[in-house]
Ligand binder design. Sequence first.
Ligand code: SF4
Length: 546
Amino acid sequence: MFCYQCEQTMGGKGCTKSGVCGKTPEIANLQDLLIYQLKGISCYAKPLIEEGQIIDKEIVKFVENGLFTTLTNVNFDAQVHVELLKESQRIKEGLRSKAPIGEYADAATYNLSDTKEEMLKDSVKAGIMYDQDLDADIRSLRSTILYGLKGISAYGHQARFINYQSDQVDHFYFLGLEATTNDNLTLEDLIRMTMRTGEISVEVMRILDEANTETYQNPSPHKVNVNIKKGPFIIVSGHDLRDLELLLQQTEGKGINIYTHGEMLPCHGYPSLNKYKHLVGNYGSAWQNQQKEFDNIPGCILMTTNCLMRPRESYKDRIFTTNVVGWDGIKNVKLNEDATKDFGEIINKALQLGGFKEDEEEKKILVGFGHHETLSHAETIVNAVKEGQIKHFFLIGGCDGAKPGRNYYTEFAQQVPKDCVILTLACGKYRFNKLDFGTVAGLPRLLDVGQCNDAYSAVRIASALADAFDTNVNDLPLTIVLSWYEQKAVADLLALLSLGINGMYLGPSLPAFISPNVLQYLVDTFDIKPISTPHDDLKNSLQQHC
Ligand code: SF4
């Protein structure tokens, strides 16, 4: 196996014996082959799209789900991969029969073997490092596009579940994947395709924002209890608002408390979700602490998307997955034909387990500062900046992770001067969101903008402030400090780059799939900076904008 798609990759170079995430060589190799098949499907879909033909949405859905399945910490079930591979061959043959005669890449002409053992043998040619002679920069850009697509697929999946989609995004799955197999594309072509991936990432986040805010209304400030309450409970982790809603509906009046976990925290800001009284709070912290935090708990957990870690024996019988998330031997709640789900088993299990015995004293944190809410204070913010009450904005966002070095983000937030506002999004916020930052100009100093896809919200806020000051985003007193872990952060980063945002700090380490030349290009073009120390990075940010 070889995998270097996430930040915790072994030695900062690549996982070769097994994944730090828990991915076995078998799963890694099946995932390589699945991606190879998706590329093959795309080779046939691309000329059909160019001819003006419509690709069946079921095929789009399959490609989207296939990409999402291979995202870090999503699916560890070999049988699921084998089934997806078989389906990929059926889809590929269907498109092959319609595609114009011509020369196609090996990924297109390859035919899947019948057994898992043979598939595993074939997977060698699907590996990232298979073509030893491939130019390092081409490999790097192809990987960047692929990982950006994986992030986009996660957002696309979430929006599609509530019936929102973008044809532009749907087409781009095929165009982007085909580009990663096309030997005729030059470095310049691939750089353009990488930026296009960023533009599509903006588009998918726009659609998801529309889906969430039209379905569940715009988030507004809401205080969330982060301590436990007495009684049976289910913890909902991941990102999917619709799953949370379905579970809230099915548990209403049953005496079960629902807690959000990890990236579900911003759900408390949505009026159509926080109207449920049994959505009682947020449990635990970011994803990498789940094995400790779920250990022996007297309740159930539902994983709606990433990040799933190897479940310990102490809670293996009470953790459930849904959507494309999976672990061998863990129950997956399927989608019914009428687009509902039956959470009966998890509900009964939660009741049997009995739940927490005592209430803890309440501790509340504030969420709900998406673009709509934050911009409703635009006048106050603009005046406070003009009067010198607010000096600078810091967007500290992105993923959390287990590797050392992430204390940087806690220390950075703590060292931000009192006359500055901190915007935050994604699960990296757990490094500091339970600290008291007080207020500035009558506003909370820490504004929780939402989930990782709410990078779109942050961009809306920054663009509106830039308009108010009659300048551009790069000239605002704003510094973006990103932490990355998995491929949604890659999609977010490409989105910000495609919008021309310069001078971002990136950490805790740089992606292993970025070659030295590609990194140099990013530094030269976008002034990307690896994080150094909170003190120095803060000093530089404040000096640059004074
Ligand atoms: S997803 Fe990350 S930790 Fe898992 S195998 Fe790949 S690089 Fe390693």
